[in-house]
Design a protein around this ligand. Structure first.
Ligand code: 44T
Length: 854
């Protein structure tokens, strides 16, 4: 029998609990009600607070209120974003994620905010997490694929797949350890492979450091999977921040590192090694006691390097770094003066810019021609601290190269040999079968043709941890022609741009013109005459047709053209010029066109103004506008709202070969804002594709088993960062076999949404037996029904892309492959299956083979 005295107590407690419940329920329901009211009146901030309160008090309601909560959060976050209240925005997301830790939509959305604010690593981490929560979540997938490169750069795959390189490092490490180097530090360990080699070779103590958080975490997973988590100590630090005894107990006898880039020093190896010799390594063997024990002295793998170079002619490099076209789309480009790419060794460019770009010479479209014999630019001993320290204070070294082949001096190309030890060397040369690219130092001087017998004066120096090569002069018949004697003021962004725009107003023909800096992709765009000329023809046709259909009362109204291209674009100016006095097209009357450009950067605007002036286009007919507005819908609104746009120019394809994000949304918006008879440029985009077999693509996309990685289990970990779509490809030089003709995969009609499809099946006939590893794709951009350009043409500034299949598909000639293509927003995914025994009543549409020019 229960104790009678306890009863009333329990009842009191029970009643109190009941009362509390009632109060809580009341509070919850009132909060939910208020939240809804606030939502209704679009007071998202207050609605958010009410939801937070309600759901924290009544977690059971989370499922029920999830949708409205998300909606409120996203609206409120947008508002905070536009108010610049970034800290508040992130606080809201933190609270939301505490409440809904498994909500992939919230996690993904937080990633999008982070990304927009430039926190790319953090953003990528959120997309990755969202995808882990729901692997088939399309938004997170698209976002993750776009940023995976920031987390794990693609060259990690190449390096790990390069068995030759891994094996040579393994041999050198083994030898050093066997000779007595018993404590090892792997600087920039990546996935941990060199550290594991040291451990396997028998080193007593192995340490590793890695500055990238993702790579550090990956290395931890790899070490565990290979049973070395306890025997290799890894720290998430830059080596320069490592301290003894905090991070490693004592100085080590061997440092192994491959912190080198295509230009050798760009990853900071000089600074890294100077620091290592001073703080982390045992002293080197002294010259007095050369036989001192290797366990008591320090050494570095690689022991040193030799840098080589060669002068080259290469059209592909030229068109990315120098203005080659004198006019495009009817515009005379001479008015802008000189244009420079940011990759430059010029004396007065900012020191922070990289002095080189990187390319695989063997994969450059159109090839390249050597104008000199290869030369040795530098020799460096990584085991000599004095030499390392002296490198940057060394005087500029001058070399004279004999020209052996007449041509255009477009670049100096550089590669190196890494001397791991006395017996093992790695070369990054253009002829080698390696994963390495070469460093390219473009020559931007306008004086650049060389003849046999000329000498090129090259200056080699090392500054700000970059190896710098510069063509100082050409020596011909005893005369020296200096290359940098007229370096104009190069304009990149404000405030100089303001100065120049003032200057532009005053400029007379005697004044020295300004020089402008454009990204290399923008220079290539400007050099793409076919594209601009096609646009000019299509635009001209539209103007003529609009003019002829206008009623007499609107005849004198201008035709409004809007260019919403991202980055630099002269298309609006081409339109404005068609309607100006200077237009050669006499069917179009002067003042007919009022063009709007959404070019944002000041130096871009200055360039357009100069071009307008130089081409007789009235300044008032080209306006820059709404550059500060982020929201797409606002960008597309016409200033005079009662009028509609006659033409809207969309820049649909990114240089990398992908459809621009939000392109379809922009087209939808553009259609709403277009006048009758108006046009969107381009009006249609057709995606073309081809079955290819390419080991190179496979090696760039995922680590292929354990054989290349010396038997270590690395692939499953790093391959989590594999992305199916490869970008920035040059299909004309990619090592691959074409297994089919090019076929039409997909068409996007920007003028008419109803004919777009987001899922499609296409049947492709195999014409060469092999293994389908990827579907390469590119675009035919139809400006109108007559004018089109291909992103796979010789002058294209766009690169191509490819979807790498998860499993290669072995096919024989004559067989059919069924491709399922999906376009989600702007991201494309493709799967392929073999089409066995195709029946007569099969409904699959057969793809039309295309003509060779597409
Ligand atoms: N890529 C070459 C450059 N690190 C290799 O975080 C060749 C590019 C390349 N960690 C195509 C082909 C190729 N302390 O994970 C990185 C980096 C890390 C450090 C700690 C330091 N002082 C550093 C410095 C760098 O080291 C790892 C390797 S850097 C190698 C760069 C395949 N495109």
């Amino acid at each position: 029998m229960p104790n009678a005295t306890t009863r009333p107590k329990r009842t009191r407690r029970h009643r109190r609990a009941q009362r509390e419940d009632a109060v809580r329920n009341e509070l919850v329901s009132r909060s939910l009600e208020s939240a809804q009211q606030c939502l209704f009146s679009q007071d998202y901030g207050t609605a958010f607070v009410h939801y937070l309160l309600a759901l924290n008090l009544a977690p059971a309601l989370k499922d029920f209120a999830n949708e409205s909560f998300r909606f409120t959060l996203f609206r409120w976050a947008d508002e905070l974003d536009s108010l610049g209240r970034i800290q508040d925005l992130f606080n809201c997301y933190e609270q939301a994620m505490e409440l809904f830790p498994m909500d992939e939509v919230i996690v993904n959305s937080m990633g999008e905010h982070l990304f927009r604010m430039g926190f790319r690593d953090e953003a990528a981490g959120h997309f990755y997490k969202a995808l882990k929560l729901r692997p088939d979540f399309p938004e997170a997938k698209e976002n993750f694929y776009r940023v995976a490169n920031w987390l794990v750069e693609r060259w990690h795959f190449l390096m790990l797949n390069d068995h030759g390189r891994n094996h040579k490092y393994q041999l050198a490490i083994k030898k050093a350890v066997e000779e007595g180097c018993s404590s090892v530090l792997d600087i920039g360990t990546g996935t941990g492979i060199l550290g594991m080699c040291a451990k396997m070779a028998g080193a007593a103590e192995v340490y590793a450091c890695e500055l990238s958080k993702t790579m550090y975490e990956l290395a931890c997973e790899v070490l565990s999977a290979n049973g070395m988590a306890d025997s290799i100590k890894i720290v998430h630090l830059k080596s320069l921040d490592m301290k003894i005894p905090k991070d490693i107990p004592n100085r080590v006898s061997l440092v192994v590192t491959e912190t080198v880039d295509a230009g050798l020093f760009g990853e900071g190896i000089i600074e890294t090694l100077i620091h290592a010799w001073k703080h982390l390594l045992l002293p080197p063997p002294s010259t007095h006691q050369p036989l001192s024990s290797p366990s008591q002295t320090g050494r570095v793998i690689p022991a040193g390097a030799t840098v080589f170079g060669v002068a080259v002619q290469c059209r592909e490099i030229r068109r990315h770094h120098r203005l080659c076209a004198s006019s495009v789309g009817g515009l005379d480009l001479s008015a802008v003066g000189q244009i420079y790419s940011p990759v430059s060794c010029l004396a007065d460019t900012e020191d922070s810019t990289e002095p080189y770009t990187t390319e695989r010479l063997s994969r450059l479209r159109g090839g390249y021609i050597q104008l000199t014999h290869p030369f040795t630019a530098l020799d460096i001993d990584f085991n000599n601290l004095q030499e390392l320290e002296g490198l940057c204070s060394r005087e500029v070294m001058q070399l004279r190269l004999c020209v052996t082949q007449e041509g255009v001096l477009d670049a100096l190309a550089v590669w190196f040999q890494l001397h791991l030890d006395q017996d093992n060397h790695l070369s990054t040369g253009p002829q080698e079968d390696t994963c390495w690219e070469q460093a390219i130092y473009p020559i931007q001087s306008p004086f650049n043709t060389v003849k046999c017998g000329d000498e090129i004066l090259v200056e080699v120096s090392c500054k700000d941890s970059y190896l710098r090569l510069c063509c100082a002069a050409i020596i011909r018949d005893g005369h020296t022609f200096h290359m940098d004697n007229v370096t104009p003021k190069i304009l990149t962004a404000s405030p100089e741009a303001e100065l120049c725009s003032a200057l532009a107003g005053l400029q007379t023909s005697q004044e020295k013109p300004c020089a402008f800096m454009l990204e290399s992709a923008e220079i290539a765009l400007l050099n793409n005459t076919a594209y601009h000329n096609s646009f000019q023809r299509a635009m001209s046709k539209l103007l003529v047709s609009l003019k002829s259909t206008r009623r007499s009362d609107t005849e004198l109204d201008p035709i409004y053209v809007l260019d919403v291209s991202e980055g630099f674009s002269v298309l609006s100016l081409i339109a404005a010029q068609l309607g100006s006095d200077s237009s050669e097209d006499k069917q179009i009357s002067p003042g007919l066109v009022q063009a709007y450009s959404s070019v944002e950067k000041e130096h871009h605007q200055t360039m357009l103004r100069l071009l307008a002036k130089g081409n007789g286009v009235l300044e008032s007919t080209l306006e820059f506008w709404l550059s500060h507005v982020e929201d797409d819908s606002a960008v597309l609104q016409r200033p005079a709202t009662e009028k509609l746009w006659s033409a809207i120019i969309l820049d649909c394809i990114e240089t990398c070969g992908l459809i621009r994000q939000k392109m379809l949304e922009k087209a939808t918006l553009a259609r709403c804002l277009l006048e009758d008879g108006g046009q969107i440029f381009p009006e249609r985009i057709v995606i073309h594709g081809m079955l290819v077999e390419s080991d190179t693509l496979l090696r760039e996309s995922a680590v292929q088993g354990t054989e290349p990685t010396l038997g270590f289990n690395i692939a499953p970990f790093i391959n989590q960062f594999t992305v199916p779509v490869h970008v920035f490809l040059d299909l004309s030089t990619l090592e691959c076999t074409h297994l089919s003709e090019a076929v039409e995969l997909f068409a996007l009609d920007l003028m008419n949404s109803t004919s777009n499809y987001t899922d499609r099946e296409v049947k492709v006939r195999v014409n060469t037996s092999g293994k389908v590893t990827a579907i390469a794709f590119w675009y035919q951009i139809h400006l109108d029904s007559e004018q089109s350009v291909s992103t796979f043409s010789e002058d294209s500034h766009w690169k191509q892309a490819a979807v790498v299949l998860q499993q290669p598909l072995t096919v024989s000639r004559g067989e059919w492959v069924k491709l399922s293509i999906q376009l989600h927003k702007s991201s494309i995914s493709i799967t392929a299956v073999k089409e066995e025994g195709l029946g007569a009543d099969d409904v699959i549409r057969e793809a039309e083979p295309m003509t060779s020019d597409s």
